[in-house]
Design a protein around this ligand. Structure first.
Ligand code: SF4
Length: 149
């Protein structure tokens, strides 16, 4: 019989698989955007916007950050995202970046995706959040820091 710990681990892996499936489905949607990796959207103090993450997104981001060898959230510099590498100015977890980072493009890249075009995917992420006992989307720094614990 599986232990409670194994059950919990399986539940998290199932949740992470669903989050990855949502990201993959988003990538298949035909809305053209031309990101030139200016990383403007990663400077929250500049944009005035911070991505909000559901629990599944935060757990996936934390797992990706741990895979880089880090155990803690890096210190944020100058109002930028703590996951933006301070030397390379590249996202530390790009392949597993949250949904908001995949949909909120700057004006130069074509602007944010319309919410109605991705509402079904947002609902799937909210469902995962609920299954994991989350309490709805939280701002990226706090959400990832908690998921790392
Ligand atoms: S998670 Fe990555 S893509 Fe998203 S704001 Fe932070 S550095 Fe930018």
């Amino acid at each position: 019989m599986a232990s409670a710990r194994e059950d919990a681990a399986r539940k998290i892996e199932t949740a992470l698989s669903e989050v990855r499936a949502v990201y993959a489905e988003l990538a298949r949607r035909p809305i053209e955007r031309a990101c030139a990796l200016r990383t403007e959207c990663c400077h929250f103090a500049v944009t005035g916007r911070t991505p909000y993450l559901t629990r599944g997104e935060a757990l996936l981001a934390a797992k990706a950050l741990r895979a880089t060898g880090r155990k803690q959230l890096p210190e944020a510099i100058d109002g930028a995202c703590p996951l933006l590498h301070r030397a390379t100015l590249r996202c530390l977890i790009y392949a597993d970046r949250p949904f908001g980072c995949r949909t909120h493009f700057c004006d130069a890249a074509g602007g944010p995706w319309p919410r109605h075009a991705v509402l079904d995917l947002i609902r799937r992420l909210e469902q995962v959040d609920s299954q994991l006992g989350g309490e709805g989307p939280r701002a990226l720094p706090g959400a990832v820091a908690e998921a790392l614990d």
